[in-house]
Design a protein around this ligand. Sequence first.
Ligand code: 4AD
Ligand code: MG
Length: 432
Amino acid sequence: MTHFISIKKAMEKGSGIVHLRGWCYRSRGSNALRFIVLRDATEIIQCVVEKEHVSEESWNDALKIDIEASFELSGEIVEDKRAPTGFEVKVKEIKLIGESIGWPIQKDQSTELLADLKHLWLRSRYMTSILKIRSTVFGAIDEYFRKEGFYEYQSPILQATQAEGGSTLFSVNYFGKPVFLAQTWQLYAEPAIFSMEKIYTIAPSFRAEKSKTSRHLTEYWHAEMEVAWATFKDIQDYGEACIKHVLKKVLEQNQNELKILGRDVKILYDVLDKPFIRMTYTDALKELKEKCNINIEWGKDLRTIEEDELSKLHNQFLIVSNYPKIVKAFYMKEDDDNPDVVHGCDFIAPECYGEIIGGSERESDLEKIKKRLEDMGEDPKNYEFYLDTRKYGSVPHGGFGMGVERLISWICKLENIKDAIPFPRTMLRTTP
Ligand code: 4AD
Ligand code: MG
């Protein structure tokens, strides 16, 4: 049995005979010599096939190896400074495994075509780099919460009520009655803190977003946490530490991928080294007025353009807190001294990547929650299971939700969130 190793392992070995397998990244040559660049999950490497040094069978297979064909080879690895990744394999034997005829992706193709061919475009070094970073991000989120003593907990995806506003609800025909796809785990997470106190999840959330922006998906992965006895400051601290842990892991594990993506990592290190900037909504309005000449009336939500202006002023995450009650969700805690503001916060990413985390301390006053639900036109009866959390041993608590693709978008500095997930779902796209 042939013992295949990865290209990366082969490059670490640096010399001697190696057995490799993967796909053809590109090939060229003459009728006596072929240069085939092999690609596997770890790297690419140039392989040289000389007609006079291989069997007739090998040579015939080498001629058939076109872009994205799969093949195996044995050969001698040698250092070669001129080769794309510093090494070259002098092939002794090569075998075609799966032909690839007429690969449809060429250089400089439109983003629309690449989106139509996403199932094939995943193989690009660009997408592979993002997917590897995505894997690190998911692992790091898990690692962060587990090391902080959180339990992993799952909530239902099919839900009978809304939590983040009716306008972005997806309705599903559930045996003739409507139910909704989860916008958040939150209403089903709060009951569980009475059992486990500190919980987290990474799960899909759904928003029927009609906006065609570079930041919105209709199906995205949502990292959420909920903590009993937590103060508003605790929630912000957890959010900052979580993002920093993820960033640290990506910088440790994905230097190569960040380089392939052309990401300037200096700003990532700066974000890691310095504290996040915390300001209230009212401070944010003041800064917008003084430094950007933008006048926002107190009580209006910050829109993307205002968040971007704030972002341009700081090369750091901003945690904007104490928003007007009227622009935030019904479950956020009213400030004791000022009933017009709530203990909710948004984490605004640097470099104009927008809101990455939304979090809050939760309202504990049963009557206030009921009133806010009624003001929204909701029947508190439908929320009885949720309101019970405030009836039986209510405690101060809070949590946040982080859009994982938004975080990946910023880390990789992507032009569009659609590349932060393998198969994006948006208003205009459900295929492939
Ligand atoms: O701010 P949101 O709506 O907050 C909640 O859902 C809370 N219930 C979370 C909680 O406290 N447990 O959403 C949280 C985050 C946003 O900050 C954003 O990063 C992301 O989810 N998000 C989206 N990401 C991609 N596409 C969309 N359409 C998104 N909508 C929200
Ligand atoms: Mg939000």
